[in-house]
Design a protein around this ligand. Structure first.
Ligand code: SAH
Length: 244
């Protein structure tokens, strides 16, 4: 029964009995676009409290009020995995954000690399894409999207315990295995995907010299960055993450 309900991400705390004032955009979506009426229900998520059913109490096109009923799902936090990638063209970046959210990452970390080329980045859109993907896929968590920094700066300030799965196109064709990684099962991770132009030699040197980096191949063919992101997240999730 909960599956058919509209799912909405809100900033508020969720708890039984909690009332929630909707924003103008949310009210417009629920009551003008979806034409929901007072007395019906929606599902709410907020990245912290799981999923709650909520009754629609006020249903105006510019404002609305919901009241939370029961929790229907506990919070399912994705594993402590970041997707670090060099933004590509607008549509492909949107695709990467959407897929990473569906596949389960904690944070999305855009990095500027030597060969990164992109149109103007719409950060507000990236947040929205992550929210819509979480609403649609039954998730209870929306990954945070970090501000973009240079890859070399990110590596210089890298958290000591976080491992990096470096998808290195120069290893194309080598065997791919995460089985023999010399790190413990509960380590935190980041998957790193380069831009369409690949990594520069200087970046590759920096990455190889970094103590937390594990370079892998993604098979015998060069993948586009968006395909590589999905392939690497699938590998990581099946072997080290919460798919198993
Ligand atoms: N222009 C580059 C390819 C870049 S592909 C070249 O021709 O060499 C974009 C990114 O996807 C790469 O930087 C890498 O992170 C990842 N990638 C694509 N195919 C890969 C493969 N077979 N093995 C490892 N990483 C790969």
């Amino acid at each position: 029964m909960t599956g058919s309900k509209i799912r909405l991400y809100v900033d508020h705390d969720l708890a039984s009995g909690q009332s929630i004032a909707l924003t103008r955009e949310q009210s417009n979506y629920l009551f003008a676009v979806m034409r929901l009426e007072a007395g019906t229900q929606v599902s709410l998520i907020n990245s912290r409290d799981g999923e709650y059913l909520a009754d629609i109490v006020v249903a105006n096109k510019k404002n609305g009020i919901l009241v939370c009923q029961d929790q229907v799902k506990p919070l399912l936090l994705p594993p402590d995995l970041w997707l670090m990638f060099a933004p590509v063209k607008k549509d492909r970046t949107a695709f990467i954000v959407e897929k990473a959210t569906e596949m389960g990452v904690r944070e999305i970390v855009p990095v500027m690399t030597d060969y990164t080329h992109f149109d103007r980045i719409r950060w507000d859109k990236m947040d929205l894409q992550a929210v819509e993907a979480a609403e649609q896929c039954g998730g209870t968590y929306v990954p945070g999207i970090e501000m973009m920094e240079k890859l070399s700066d990110v590596l210089a300030n890298w958290p000591a315990e976080r491992q990096i799965l470096f998808c290195d196109e120069s290893k194309v064709g080598e065997a791919t295995s995460l089985k023999d990684l010399p790190v413990d099962k509960d380590a935190s991770w980041a998957v790193l995907i380069g831009p369409e132009g690949g990594f520069s030699e200087a970046e590759r040197d920096l990455l190889r010299a970094h103590p937390n980096t594990h370079a892998i191949s993604l098979g015998p063919r060069i993948l586009r960055a968006d395909t590589a992101a999905i392939a690497a997240l699938t590998l990581w999730q099946t072997q080290l993450g919460d798919w198993g």
